[in-house]
Design a protein around this ligand. Structure first.
Ligand SMILES: NC(=O)c1ccc[n+]([C@@H]2O[C@H](COP(=O)([O-])OP(=O)(O)OC[C@H]3O[C@@H](n4cnc5c(N)ncnc54)[C@H](O)[C@@H]3O)[C@@H](O)[C@H]2O)c1
Length: 265
């Protein structure tokens, strides 16, 4: 049996050569690391973020390294803008193979503490915006015979957090919706998986850090509650993004990939 017959794809050049990827919330943290990793593996990447200047910096860095990237300012709560960016990607780059719908929202508080505005915004960003992004992308992928849609949930999508009702509930819904889409679109070879990180050291944890009484409190919490005793890095999550984006995971759909140092064991 030769290597090609085993289905092993790595070793034949960059993993994502010739592919086009679009990432939301890619100006910082995990989204940025995933966009950079995909570009370094040969994809042309559309780097989008609410903060267009941050997206432009990421794309500029990639272009400086000789990779293919463009940037767009994009608020994932703007349905029309989301559709327009997806359509423009296909018009200008000819295809869309990978969507990483990443931007999310975290509001702290239990049932009595969380504001109704924060509960609604959690649904809007953690569920509805992924629905809109996937809906905009999936027709293009079907037409080309397949694609990979990665939706960022959290390990809070497979376990429960103390006093985080809006976040944990909507991140569970992210997993449920992605599994439903995976079941519906498997016949078109469009794969849907959720990315479920644990504590990754990015500005996203500012709210939880406040709940823990500051940086020391957060670090103590992590040292005690995460079996591996540390934060994950954005590069560790980028490796999982590469796996889900590429044919390395070609028989995987509807999966919630947890990368959390053992927190939810
Ligand atoms: N960092 C963690 O520990 C962790 C753990 C689990 C899940 N996540 C998930 O990862 C995502 C963000 O985390 P990160 O660590 O990359 O955060 P980050 O704060 O480093 O980056 C988030 C980016 O999203 C952008 N953004 C915010 N609102 C947006 C909107 N409406 N439209 C478009 N872009 C928007 C911000 O401008 C920012 O650049 C969320 O979905 C979050 O639930 C993070």
């Amino acid at each position: 049996m030769n290597l090609a017959q085993t289905g092993l794809k790595h070793g034949f050049g960059p993993l994502l050569q010739g592919k086009v990827a679009l990432v939301t919330g890619a100006g910082s943290g995990i989204g940025r690391a995933g966009a950079m990793a995909m570009a370094r593996e040969g994809a042309q990447v559309v780097v989008t973020d609410l903060d267009g200047a941050k997206a432009a910096l990421v794309a500029g860095e990639l272009i400086g390294e000789g990779h293919g990237a463009v940037s767009e300012g994009l608020d994932v709560t703007d349905d029309a803008a989301m559709r327009a960016v997806v359509d423009r990607t296909v018009e200008t780059l000819g295809r869309l193979d990978i969507l990483h719908s990443h931007a999310g929202y975290q509001a702290e508080g239990d049932l009595e503490q969380v504001s109704l505005e924060d509960m609604d915004r959690s649904w809007l960003i953690n569920v509805r915006s992924h629905f809109i992004a996937a809906r905009a992308a999936v027709g293009h992928m079907k037409a080309r015979g397949g694609g990979s849609i990665i939706i960022t949930s959290s390990n809070s999508g497979v376990q429960y957090d103390r006093e985080m009702i809006a976040y944990a509930t909507t991140k569970h819904a992210t997993v449920a919706m992605t599994r439903q889409m995976a079941a519906d679109y498997a016949k078109y070879n469009v794969r849907f998986n959720t990315l479920c990180p644990g504590f990754i050291d990015t500005p996203f944890n500012a709210g939880f850090e406040k709940q823990m009484g500051g940086r020391d409190g957060l670090e103590n919490y992590i040292a005690q509650s995460i079996p591996m005793g540390r934060f994950g890095t954005t590069d560790e999550i980028a490796n999982s993004i590469l796996f889900l984006a590429s044919d390395m995971s070609s028989f995987m759909t509807g999966h919630a990939l947890v990368i959390d140092g053992g927190e939810c064991i």
